[in-house]
Design a protein. Structure first.
Length: 441
């Protein structure tokens, strides 16, 4: 009489019940189960909360071990780059700010620098406008890293840090709203300068934030750095060494956490970064823990830069003097939100017919940009953000293409995940800090 190695079963009112008894389960299964050596394919996503955006991962699993990982993108595609070809050069700022929605001011600044390079007016940008750009970008870098810390904490089970990270980010978004009229997607950095000056009340808020934030960073470290679960989930997890980073084109905190101090603010300076005092934090281990340490250190360096930028703010114009390029807007916040100052509109209307025609043409048609193509790269919170802009001599871009760090950095996910545990896919993916709005543009 032969006995089955499978568990005995019986039907009950609650359904089928299996009875498993003793024995070496691996031996039993390998000897009788015809599909024991097949792998399971799991779709992780597409869902938003656990993946920094609408990202789908196709994982081939052998037990808890990931044997193959594939990233599937495109669920958040907006067609922004194509849309730019149907808008004038200034209107482009309103589109690009919506790509990486956690770093809108970097999208805008890279675009503006590219347009200014095509126009040949890079040296004409006023000192105050350049300083304001640095100020806003570094505040934006802090807010972006706070979102990374908050969401990564949530994904690894540290719910408290999620609440605190978003709480501190609110201070920065409040500052942005005071300066630009909007919390996000500002269209504030324009070709030729910035849309409007920084009001005095915003300076007061920024100084209050700089006074408050060091204490909060210390609290984050007290919560996480000595916490055994946090260290277990981050140390020696999702390791990618410097060779792998360079081979895959990985930049930003992920590259610096592998020991290479590559930061475009130092290596290929723009916006006068070479005149500021700051360090480029690195970490030797190339794991999730190293990326956590690098980003916390970068927040501190950005605070230094914000303080220096505040000290450098001197009275002066925030837009180039050339009235054929300078967007003729003076914004004000009225009862219906932010828009053109009514006094400014009345002034234009009352000057002369020629002035009114010039204003109308500049707003509706835009300025012409000489034919040519340029590439401009800046250091965003996620790595090298590059803009390749092409002009055919018209009032609209012929082509604008972004070298987006989230898109490039996602290549590292299979290298980090394969051979590791499925739980570590979340930690590794989070440590890349991808924003799918930038990836899928």
């Amino acid at each position: 009489m032969t006995t089955s190695n499978y568990a005995t079963e019986r039907e009950t009112t609650e359904g089928r019940v299996f009875t498993v008894t003793g024995g070496d389960w691996d031996t039993i299964v390998s000897g009788t189960d015809p599909i024991h050596d097949e792998r399971i394919v799991v779709n992780m996503g597409p869902q938003h909360p656990s993946t920094h955006g609408v990202l789908r991962l196709v994982l081939e699993l052998e037990g808890e071990t990931v044997r193959e990982a594939r990233s599937v993108i495109g669920y958040l595609h907006t067609g922004i780059e194509k849309n730019l070809e149907y808008r004038n050069w200034v209107q482009g700022s309103t589109f690009v700010t919506r790509m990486d929605y956690l770093a809108p001011l970097f999208n805008e600044t890279a675009y503006a620098l590219a347009v200014e390079k095509l126009l040949g007016i890079t040296d004409d940008i006023t000192e105050r406008a350049t300083t304001i750009r640095v100020l806003m970008m570094e505040l934006n870098r802090i807010s972006s890293h706070l979102v990374w810390l908050a969401t990564t904490g949530m994904e690894l089970g540290a719910i408290s840090i999620m609440l605190y990270g978003f709480r501190e980010r609110e201070y920065i978004l409040d500052i942005f709203e005071t300066i630009t009229g909007l919390r996000m997607n500002h269209a504030y950095v324009r070709p030729g300068g910035v849309a409007q000056d920084v009001p005095d009340e915003a300076i007061v808020k920024i100084r209050e934030f700089l006074k408050m934030m060091p204490k909060k960073l210390k609290e984050y470290e007290d919560l996480l750095s000595g916490q055994p679960i946090w260290t277990e989930r981050t140390k020696n997890v999702a390791v990618l060494d410097v060779t792998g980073c360079v081979a895959l084109g990985i930049t930003g905190p992920v590259l610096r956490s592998a020991g290479l101090a590559w930061d475009l603010r130092k290596t290929m300076p723009y916006c006068g970064y070479e005149t500021y005092e700051f360090d480029v934090p690195t970490h030797p281990d190339g794991d999730v823990w190293g990326r956590y340490q690098v980003r916390l250190a970068e927040i501190r360096e950005s605070m230094k830069l914000v303080e220096q930028a505040l000290d450098r703010l001197r009275p002066g114009p925030v837009m180039v003097a050339d009235r054929k390029i300078a967007w003729p807007a003076q914004l004000a916040i009225g009862v219906d939100g932010m828009g053109n100052s009514l006094e400014h509109v009345a002034k234009i209307m009352g000057q002369s017919m020629e002035s009114l025609i010039h204003h109308f043409k500049l707003v509706t048609e835009g300025f012409r940009v000489p034919p040519g193509q340029v590439y401009v790269g800046i250091e965003s919170p996620r790595g090298e953000l590059g803009v390749h802009a092409v002009s055919d001599g018209g009032t609209r871009p012929y082509r604008v293409h972004y070298r987006e760090p989230s898109f490039v950095n996602l290549q590292a996910l299979p290298a980090m995940a394969e051979g590791g545990l499925i739980a570590d896919v979340i930690a590794g993916g989070a440590s890349l800090d991808p924003v799918m709005g930038g990836c899928d543009r």
